[in-house]
Design a protein around this ligand. Structure first.
Ligand SMILES: [Zn+2]
Length: 614
């Protein structure tokens, strides 16, 4: 099992060597990393803050620098720096390693031999960053004045411009090219990053973005992955984006998502344009995002679902916007997002809306947003003359099919009610029809539910405690903190004595490391089990802390004494139980042997005769 876990982990880590990953984790200061996202105050022995993983009123969230772990007393969330990034930023393992390595200034070992020609993602982030600074500075040049005038016209504040990193690309065909050349960037990197294009006819390099207001596009980790550029006049195309590059993926990334996820808002507002996002952010709606020049994609919806369960669509109110909304609803429903539609009328888009009606009214529209079904119903109505009974029947039947299609068992009742109220047809009649058409869907649901029940049952069996499981957990968590206790531990309790499953896996791993005299910390242990299916359990075991009194942890000696005492108690308990078990099973064996002996005495004569025959 352990071997399996480790193999899986290495595979998932895109081949970054295990030693490297461990080093990255060891070099990362958990207080520093989490402190970027959660306000932490030094408390007794550890840093405390408001938990980002549940609706926390008190600071229940503790971060322990020495252990390299965090733990929430409210929702029991716990783990190391990687677990945090996985759950907070929804990064996968290798992305966490890349994120931390970059923060620590560690060079990533690359799979491809790093020759002079090889371009890494890091190189692209670097050149993009340089270009971003360059575009920003252009705002303050003579030529940049028209961009500033445009920014003022759009009523963007100085802070907004800085927060979004807006900039300006000059008119000259090779302004950026020359700037980057001077900074010693290679032509190949410039082209790979999409900032520069090679013009084959003229045999020259030229800038992709010219005479445009520039919007840097960030990934969730805050790195510039590409740019969008908007013209200042009526020339075409109105918007130009970076091409697909090794780091710029239009189908998955979104404009503004890096800021939206930091708000920890329970929803995302999806808009059409960059300007919509920027003016919504300026108005305080920081969870607004936009696609990168395409319609909302399945990949983007999937990405959104990692962070929230609810989405507001705030698209243009014109025909194209309504069509985009309908397509988006389909994708959002498929991913299981609660979907609401914000009515922008009488204005075209959120940007115009807020300028004219203000923040309060937009807030009001969010509150009054239509559910996906109500939106579809209103939209569907347009094609029918409802005073004609035949058409009305077609209309209702069409909507019933939509209810089934939405495949949303939780809200189905509400949809039926809403349809009944809107058409004057009895709920029971609509419901019967829905059930008829929805038979297939229901069968699917029943299958899913029975699967879920059997999963829960298996879980229960697995969780059955042996009586000393709690003590075993305590032992391992204390030894992870005080490895010097290991020699005493192994005298009394061996690997096989631990409960099967996560506890024994953890014990095996710790015993293996400790018997070699290698370095061990809770955070490193978790790093090894990061990709195990039951990885939560390891964090839970290691996060175990003795309920201590205020001020306890400030007195290190006192704290240690307390831990040692608890260790001794727990080891004694487990050892005692182990010996008793052995006596019990010896007892059992003795009983079995006695039974056999009695039987022998009874049948002795027969056996003797039987044996003589041979
Ligand atoms: Zn919590």
């Amino acid at each position: 099992m352990l071997e399996y876990v480790l193999k899986e982990r290495v595979a998932l880590a895109k081949g970054y060597p295990r030693e490297f990953c461990d080093q990255v984790v060891a070099n990362s200061d958990i207080v520093d990393v989490i402190g970027q996202y959660v306000e932490l105050k030094p408390g007794s022995g550890e840093y405390q803050g408001v938990c980002p993983f549940h609706a926390d009123k008190n600071p229940s969230f503790g971060v322990n620098r020495v252990k390299g772990m965090y733990h929430c007393f409210g929702c029991q969330a716990s783990g190391n720096v990687i677990t945090f990034l996985k759950n907070y930023l929804k990064l996968d393992y290798s992305e966490c390693i890349e994120y931390l390595a970059e923060r620590n200034g560690m060079q990533l070992p690359t799979m491809v031999e790093r020759s002079g020609n090889y371009i890494s993602n890091r190189d692209i982030y670097d050149i993009n960053n340089e270009a971003g600074k360059y575009f920003y500075k252009n705002l303050f040049t003579e030529e940049g004045k028209k961009a500033v005038a445009y920014i003022n016209e759009r009523r963007l504040k100085k802070e907004t411009v800085m927060k979004c990193g807006l900039g300006f690309s000059l008119k000259a065909p090779d302004a950026l090219y020359n700037f980057l050349k001077e900074k010693k960037y290679s032509n190949k990197l410039m082209v790979t990053s999409g900032l520069v294009v090679y013009d084959q006819e003229k045999g020259k390099y030229r800038d992709r973005f010219r005479n445009r207001l520039m919007f840097p596009i960030f990934d969730i980790q805050g790195r510039i992955i590409g740019f969008g550029g908007r013209v200042l006049d009526d020339s075409k195309p109105k918007y130009l984006n970076s091409p697909e590059t090794p780091v710029f993926k239009k189908r998955t990334n979104m404009f503004g998502l890096n800021i939206a996820v930091k708000t920890r808002e329970k929803y995302i507002i999806s808009c059409e344009g960059y300007m919509d996002v920027i003016s919504l952010h300026q108005a305080g709606f920081n969870s607004a995002v936009a696609s990168l020049g395409t319609a909302l994609t399945e990949e983007q919806v999937h990405e959104i679902k990692k962070h929230v369960d609810k989405i507001y669509l705030s698209y243009d109110s014109d025909t194209a916007g309504v069509a985009a909304t309908k397509k988006a609803i389909e994708k959002c429903k498929k991913e299981g997002l609660s979907t609401y539609i914000i009515d922008m009328k009488p204005y075209k888009d959120p940007d115009e809306f807020i300028k004219n009606l203000g923040v309060k009214e937009y807030e009001n529209r969010i509150e009054k947003a239509l559910s996906a079904f109500d939106f579809l119903r209103e939209d569907y109505k347009d094609g029918f003359n409802l005073s004609n009974p035949d058409e009305k029947a077609n209309y209702v039947n069409g909507l019933i099919r939509k209810i089934v299609e939405l495949d949303d068992p939780i809200n189905r009742g509400t949809y039926i009610q809403s349809l009944a109220a809107n058409t004057g047809i009895k709920e029971s009649v609509i419901e019967k029809k829905v059930n008829e058409i929805g038979q297939n869907y229901q069968n699917k649901e029943v299958a899913e539910i029975s699967q879920e029940i059997s999963r829960q049952d298996r879980e229960k069996v697995r969780m059955k405690k042996s009586g000393t499981e709690e003590a075993q957990r305590i032992i391992l968590s204390i030894v992870a903190e005080f490895p010097e206790l290991y020699p005493r531990l192994k005298e009394y309790i061996q690997e096989a004595d631990y409960e099967e499953g996560a506890i024994r896996n953890l014990a095996s791993f710790m015993y293996e490391i400790l018997s070699k005299g290698e370095r061990l910390t809770s955070s490193l242990i978790l790093n090894h089990f990061e990709d195990a299916v039951d990885s939560d359990q390891y964090a839970e075991i290691l996060a175990y802390t003795v309920p201590y009194e205020e001020g306890d942890m400030e007195d290190e000696a006192k704290y240690k004494a307390k831990k040692y005492a608890e260790f001794a108690q727990s080891v004694t308990l487990v050892y005692e139980k182990k010996l008793k078990n052995r006596m019990d099973s010896a007892e059992q064996e003795k009983l079995v042997a006695m039974n056999e002996y009695m039987k022998f005495l009874r049948e002795r004569k027969n056996i003797l005769e039987e044996l003589q025959k041979l």
